[in-house]
Design a protein around this ligand. Structure first.
Ligand code: PAF
Length: 283
């Protein structure tokens, strides 16, 4: 039976008990509003742990002052139903005050990887992510944790955080799950009006067209980016935030010829909704 835990103390106790019993803890941290992308993380996590912990916490410190914190979807009952179906044992669902009690003032930063891409348009976002993930790791004490590749910069940053701080947790990145028409699954897709949803397909179409060009041998960064940009320009209501070709590990921009594994990453506003997507181009 699934158990809902709302306090740090109770979660720590459950984690400590699992460690005492030599149970392996698999962990999927989320903001909730679960979709098939999260389900794929949970299914994989289920195979890796004796105790499967899901956290649902809309972390205020990773939202900017003009972002969608207050309107972020919080369908707890539906989330619990999906969690149950995916075989989750424990759902950790703390309040904001539980994670950030009065007087809270400590943040961690992953200095280089937090720059660029989403870090440029969302200042402070990755300090919020790194801090909450570190706190959640301390509370849940997982052996293995699962993150989606859709948030590619986040995944790289968490890998770095774990390496730099020597945290005893294995990070597993899971492929993007897409709708049949290519749209990458995201909790924010729920904000899209039907016409916006159609326009949003420009992102995955641009990435797919560029990958095709890459698979035909194109290695010139400018050419690859121009292809993607041209596809997005066909959808005038899609407002590009960034479109960048970056090294798959360091996230440094690839300026000339692509000789290493890279990621083509895009962020764009469709109406008021900011969407991200990416594909990897393997050398
Ligand atoms: O990707 C997310 O859902 C969030 O950024 C995370 C990792 C749960 C931290 O709040």
């Amino acid at each position: 039976m699934i158990k809902l835990i709302e306090t740090v103390t109770e979660m720590r106790l459950a984690a400590s008990l699992a460690h005492k019993l030599s149970q392996r803890i698999a962990f999927v941290p989320t903001l909730g509003a679960l979709h098939r992308g999260h389900e794929s993380l949970l299914r994989e996590a289920r195979r890796h742990g004796d105790l499967l912990v899901l956290s649902i916490f809309v972390n205020p410190t990773q939202f900017g002052p003009t972002e969608d914190l207050s309107r972020y979807p919080r369908p707890l009952e539906a989330d619990l139903e999906r969690a149950r179906a995916a075989g989750v044992d424990l759902v950790f669902h703390p309040t904001s005050d539980e994670i950030y009690p009065a007087g809270y003032q400590t943040f961690v930063e992953v200095r280089e990887l937090q720059k660029g891409l989403c870090g440029t348009s969302r200042p402070g976002h990755f300090a919020g992510v790194a801090t909450v993930v570190l706190k959640l790791f301390h509370i849940v004490q997982p052996h293995v944790a699962f993150f989606g590749e859709k948030d590619y910069q986040q995944l790289q940053l968490i890998r770095r955080l774990v390496r730099d701080l020597e945290l005893p947790v294995k990070i597993v990145g899971m492929p993007i799950i897409r709708e049949p028409d290519g749209l990458a699954l995201s909790s924010r897709n729920a904000y899209l009006a039907p016409d916006e949803r159609q326009q949003a397909l420009a992102l995955s179409r641009a990435l797919a067209r560029t990958r095709e060009q890459f698979s035909h041998g194109e290695r010139d960064a400018h050419q690859l980016l121009a292809t993607a940009r041209a596809v997005i320009a066909e959808s005038p209501s899609v407002r590009l935030d960034y479109l960048e070709l970056v090294d798959a590990e360091t996230l440094a921009p690839v300026e000339t010829t692509l000789t290493q594994s890279a990621v083509l990453a895009v962020a764009a506003f469709v109406g008021k909704t900011r969407l991200i997507d990416n594909i990897s181009l393997r050398a």
